[in-house]
Design a protein around this ligand. Sequence first.
Ligand code: NAP
Length: 319
Amino acid sequence: MPDRLGAPLPAPLFNRLAIIGLGLIGSSLARAARARNLAAAIVAIDGSETVRDRVTQLNLADTITGDTANGVQDADFIILCVPVGACGSVAEAMRPGLAKGAIISDVGSVKGSIVAQIAPHLPANVHFVPAHPVAGTEYSGPDAGFSTLFLNRWCILTPPEGTDPAATAKVRAFWEAIGSNVEEMSPAHHDRVLAITSHLPHLIAYNIVGTAADLEEVTQSEVIKFSAGGFRDFTRIAASDPTMWRDVFLNNKDAVLEMLGRFTEDLSALQRAIRWGDGEALFTHFTRTRAVRRSIIDLGQEVDAPDFGRRTKPDDETQ
Ligand code: NAP
């Protein structure tokens, strides 16, 4: 498995790449695109002056602006990297500046709602290829990004029916160049798959950490002190950005509620097995789940190190 990005391409894939929203994902894309020479010029567009100042200091782009319509002018590839709930207003703001033939994409964690928000604002002479990199951390902002974030991670493309295959192929080439494995599916299927693999686990983590924080008979210091018993791993997920995750749940409501219903039923079955002392049911269940983890490791989506691959040296924490 490769552990670093390849050499810069001899010729860039795009002339002008505009990235809107320079947080964890947007700044990682800027870094990765620079490292691999994927665009002749990079434009960073962000509404926050603080973010723009930081992007300037980090030298992540050739042009940095807060004006969305101006920023996207002449860009042949535009990627929206803002929270899901902001995509409609950002698409509306960029419309006056869009160049004919431009490819518009995004990185939103929900796809059905993104298509519904963005597509109505796009003129017929541009291409729309939504994307979702299944990669991230619990950190936010331009300082949190790093160029290898997408390496050996999946990126799911959900091009609407009738999308120009050449545009989809270019977006695929971009993600592959920064190390991702690319798969295509419909927005609805994406939202169901991610509801169970990402959205529900985050909801469970937010819930369990909240429950522990509210417990009266166990002190806060005990929760922190004994967290290595399993709780610690939930706290990492539950530290994820509140704006991003609020928007994910509001915009993938149906799929999340459906998966939550199934989860609750299965949880009741486990509760029942504990109540009735049904050790065989518990053992069978836990054996099946252990095999799922093995498959994830075999697919290279997790490391086989003990303690959930947690790094021991503080200077390793930069990744
Ligand atoms: P982030 O670090 O919080 O960055 C978001 C950036 O967008 C911030 O600079 C923010 O500025 C800016 N922004 C917010 N609202 C805006 C608006 N209306 N107009 C222009 N800029 C705006 O978030 P992120 O983690 O990179 O997430 C960005 C997108 O990636 C989300 O759609 C998320 O679903 C998706 N995604 C995230 C992950 C992950 O693990 N984090 C993984 C895959 C996909 P302010 O700081 O001023 O708000």
